[in-house]
Design a protein around this ligand. Structure first.
Ligand code: C2E
Ligand code: MG
Ligand code: MG
Length: 657
C-alpha cells in the first residue's frame, strides 16, 4: 500500500459521513465504517441499498429505513471507475435530527397560524414580539398595533393590581399560570378569557420569552350563567325557586342568629287561582302568575326575597326583623295587594285572594326545611279559617298580631274621629314651688275601651306610620290651648310636647312647627320640644342640623328620659339643648337606693356644667323632692303635684297653687 492509499483509508475511517461505492445496479462494492453506522447494518459490500443512482453528479435527500426507525440522509453521488468498472461513490450524511427539527418547526408554525386560541409571545421585558391570527380575531388588534407594546394593552381594569402580582409571582416561581382573566378588546368590549402563560427557557436554562395562550370564553360563560340561572330560578316568573330559597334561608338564619334579629318566612297561596286556570286556560293562568310575582316584588323591600315554589305557591323571606308582630303588617299588605283585581290579556279581569302562613326564626324551626314546613302548616290553617288571612305557626302570635292590627285600624279611625285628647301634667319650679309649665301628654278616649294610655298605642303608631299625624295634632292642640290660656290672662307657662324619633328625623319638622306657631299665635319661647336620646343619636349629624333650625325658631329643647339610652355626655355637648329630664326610674328609689341617688347627683352637676336646667320626672313623694332640692335640681313633675289632667282641671290647679 502506498502512503497515499494508506492516508485515504485513514480519512475514510475517520469521517463521520458515510462513503459508499456502488456498481451500476446499486450493489455495494465498498462502504466505510460510518456508512455502516448510518445504515445500521454491518457487512454492507454485496448488499443492495436501493439507492437511486445516476450518471451525473447528484445531490438528494432520501429516507433511511433503519432498525431504529425512519431517518433522513443527504446523498451526494459522483460516477467513478472502481477496480476497472463504472461505479458511483456516494457520500451519505445523517440529517435526521435537522429534518425532524425542521418538520417540528413547520408544524409549530402551522399550529401557531391556525389555532383558534390567541397566542402572544413576549420578550423578558414583556414586550410583544409576535401574535397569531387568532389573537387578532379575538382582541381586534392587528399584529402591527401590538408589536412592542406590553400585554397591558389588553387589560380590562376589572382586576386589582394584586391579581396581576399573584399571577406573575406564580409565573416566576413555577414557570406557569393558568386562570380566567377579563380582558378588553380593541373596540372596548370586555370579555372573559381562559389564559395560560408560560416561561420559555433556552438550552442554558435562561428565560428567553413568555408565551400566553388564551381563548375567548364569553360564550361558554354565558351558557354557564344561563344554566346556573335556570337551575335557581323559575322560568315563568324568573323568581328564585325552592333550591335558591333553601340555600338562602340557611344563610339568613345564620345572619339572624348573629345579629340577634328575627326572620320570617311567609308562604303565600292564591285563593282562587285554580278557578282562573280552569275557566280561562293555562296561558291566562301563567300570565296571572307573572303579575302576582311582580305585585309581590313591588310590595317588598330590596332585601326581601320572593320565590315561587311551584303552582300558585310563593314565599317571601323577610329579614332584619325586631318585632315579630310587624310581619303581620307585611302579610296584610300582601293580602290586600293580591286581592285587587288583575287585568289580563284579552281584557280578562280576575279577582283572586291570598292566604299567608308565617313561620319565624328563631322559634318555629331550626332548619330551612322545618321553617318551610311550619309556614306551610300555618298556611293550611289560614286557608281553613276562610282565606284572605295570615296565620302564624304559633297561635299566640297570630292572636297578638291580629289584635295589634285591629288596634291600628281603630287608631287610624280615632285620629280622624276626634278620639284623641291632650292631658297636661304640671311642671313645678322646686325653689318657688310654683307651676311654671306643663307636659302635654296624649290620651285616646276610645268609645269601646275607655281611656287608653299612650304607652299602649304610641309604639304602634310609630311602627305603622301614624305617629306623625298624632304628634302634629298634639302640637297644634297644645299651642291652641296655650294661646287660650295666655289670652285669658293666666301667667305665662312653658308647654312641653313630646316628639317621636320617627317624626323628628322625617321631613322638615322645623317647617311644620313654624307653621303651627304661626297658625296658633303661640309664642315660640313658651314651647318646649322633648326629644329622646335615641332620636338624637341615631343620626347625629342630621340631628344637630335639625336642632339648630329649631333653635332659630326660638323654641326650647329638652332631652327626655335621660339615663335610659346612651346617656353620653360627650354627645350631649353637641346639641343645643335647654333642659335635661332625668328619667323616672332614677327617682323611684330615692331615698332607698344609694347608687341611684349618686347617679342623680352626678347628672344634675353635669347638666348644670353644660348650662342645662334639670327636671326630675315621676316625683311621687316628699322625700324624693327634698333630696332633689338639696341637690339643686331645678324642676320636677310627678304625681306628688298631679297626674296628667285635662285642660280644665289643669286650670284649676293653676288657680289653687
Ligand atoms: P314621657 O314623655 O316620659 O312622659 C312621662 C310619663 O310618665 C307619662 O306617662 C306620665 O303620665 C308618667 N308620669 C308622670 N309622673 C308620674 C309619676 O309620678 N308616677 C308615675 N308612675 N308615672 C308618672 P304617659 O302619659 O303614659 O306617657 C307615656 C309616654 O308616652 C311618654 O313618656 C311619652 O314618651 C309618650 N307620649 C305621651 N304623649 C305623647 C305624644 O303626644 N307624642 C309622642 N310622640 N309621645 C308621647
Ligand atoms: Mg316626655
Ligand atoms: Mg320621660
Amino acid at each position: 500500500m502506498t502512503e497515499t492509499q494508506a492516508n485515504i483509508e485513514l480519512i475514510l475511517a475517520t469521517t463521520t459521513d458515510g462513503i459508499v461505492v456502488v456498481d451500476q445496479r446499486g450493489i455495494v462494492l465498498y462502504a466505510n465504517q460510518s456508512a455502516e453506522h448510518i445504515f445500521e447494518r454491518c457487512n454492507l459490500p454485496g448488499s443492495d441499498l436501493a439507492i437511486p443512482v445516476s450518471h451525473t453528479a447528484t445531490h438528494q435527500d432520501i429516507n433511511l429505513i433503519r432498525r431504529s426507525g425512519i431517518g433522513w440522509a443527504e446523498l451526494r453521488s459522483s460516477p467513478i471507475t472502481w477496480e476497472g468498472q463504472a461505479a458511483f461513490v456516494i457520500a451519505v450524511r445523517d440529517i435526521t435530527e435537522r429534518k425532524n427539527a425542521e418538520i417540528g418547526l413547520c408544524l409549530a408554525a402551522a399550529v401557531f397560524e391556525n389555532t383558534r386560541e390567541g397566542v402572544m409571545v413576549t420578550d423578558t421585558e414583556k414586550r410583544i414580539l409576535r401574535v397569531n391570527p387568532a389573537f387578532t380575531e379575538i382582541t381586534g388588534y392587528p399584529e402591527a398595533d401590538v408589536l412592542g407594546e406590553t400585554p397591558k394593552i389588553l387589560h380590562s381594569g376589572c382586576h386589582s393590581r394584586e391579581f396581576y402580582e399573584i399571577m406573575w409571582a406564580n409565573i416566576t416561581s413555577v414557570g406557569y399560570w393558568q386562570g380566567e382573566v377579563w380582558n378588553r378588546r380593541k373596540n372596548g368590549e370586555i370579555y372573559p378569557a381562559l389564559e395560560s402563560i408560560a416561561i420559555v427557557k433556552n438550552a442554558a436554562g435562561v428565560v428567553n420569552n413568555y408565551v400566553a395562550i388564551f381563548s375567548d370564553i364569553s360564550k361558554l360563560k354565558k351558557t354557564q350563567d344561563d344554566l346556573h340561572f335556570l337551575a335557581h330560578h323559575d322560568p315563568l316568573t324568573r323568581l328564585p325557586n325552592r333550591l335558591s330559597l333553601l340555600s338562602n334561608l340557611q344563610h339568613s338564619m345564620q345572619r339572624a342568629q348573629r345579629d340577634d334579629k328575627y326572620l320570617a318566612l311567609l308562604m303565600i297561596d292564591m285563593d282562587r287561582f285554580k278557578d282562573v286556570n280552569d275557566s280561562y286556560g293555562h296561558l291566562t293562568g301563567d300570565e296571572l302568575l307573572q303579575q302576582v310575582a311582580s305585585r309581590l316584588t313591588a310590595q317588598l323591600r330590596e332585601i326581601d326575597m320572593v320565590c315561587r315554589l311551584g303552582g300558585d305557591e310563593f314565599t317571601v323571606l323577610l329579614e332584619d326583623i325586631t318585632d315579630v308582630e310587624d310581619v303581620a303588617h307585611v302579610a296584610n299588605e300582601l293580602i290586600e295587594s293580591l286581592s285587587e283585581p288583575f287585568l289580563l290579556a284579552n281584557n280578562i279581569e280576575v279577582r283572586i285572594g291570598a292566604s299567608v302562613g308565617i313561620s319565624i326564626f328563631p322559634g318555629h324551626g331550626s332548619t330551612p326545611e322545618l321553617m318551610l314546613q311550619q309556614a306551610d302548616s300555618a298556611l293550611y290553617k289560614a286557608k281553613n279559617e276562610g282565606r284572605g288571612r295570615f296565620v302564624y305557626f304559633s297561635e299566640s302570635l297570630t292572636l297578638a298580631a291580629r289584635e295589634r292590627i285591629d288596634l291600628e285600624v281603630k287608631l287610624r279611625h280615632a285620629i280622624h274621629h276626634g278620639e284623641l285628647r291632650v292631658f297636661f301634667q304640671p311642671q313645678v319650679d322646686i325653689s318657688s314651688g310654683r307651676i311654671v309649665g306643663a307636659e302635654a301628654l296624649v290620651r285616646w278616649q276610645s268609645p269601646t275601651e275607655g281611656l287608653i294610655s299612650p304607652a299602649r298605642f304610641i309604639y304602634i303608631a310609630e311602627t305603622c306610620g301614624l305617629i306623625g299625624e298624632i304628634d302634629e295634632w298634639v302640637l297644634r292642640e297644645t299651642c291652641l290651648q296655650g294661646q287660650r290660656w295666655i289670652t285669658s290672662g293666666l301667667p305665662p307657662l312653658t308647654l312641653a310636647v313630646n316628639l317621636s324619633p320617627y317624626q323628628f328625623l322625617q321631613g322638615d319638622i322645623s317647617e311644620t312647627i313654624a307653621k303651627i306657631l304661626r297658625d296658633t299665635g303661640f309664642p315660640a319661647s313658651c314651647l318646649e320640644l322633648e326629644l329622646t336620646e335615641s332620636a338624637l343619636m341615631r343620626r347625629e349629624n342630621e340631628a344637630i342640623l335639625i336642632l339648630n333650625r329649631l333653635k332659630v325658631l326660638g323654641v326650647r329643647l329638652a332631652i327626655d328620659d335621660f339615663g335610659t339610652g346612651y346617656s353620653s355626655l360627650a354627645y350631649l355637648k353637641l346639641f343645643p339643648l335647654d333642659v335635661l329630664k332625668i328619667d323616672k326610674r332614677f327617682i323611684d328609689d330615692i331615698p332607698l337606693h344609694r347608687d341611684d341617688m349618686e347617679i342623680v347627683t352626678a347628672i344634675i352637676a353635669m347638666a348644670h356644667a353644660l348650662r342645662l336646667k334639670v327636671l326630675a320626672e315621676g316625683v311621687e313623694n316628699k322625700n324624693q323632692l327634698a333630696y332633689l332640692s338639696t341637690q339643686g335640681c331645678d324642676l320636677y313633675q310627678g304625681y306628688l303635684t298631679s297626674r296628667p289632667v285635662p285642660a280644665k282641671e289643669f286650670e284649676q290647679l293653676l288657680r289653687q297653687l
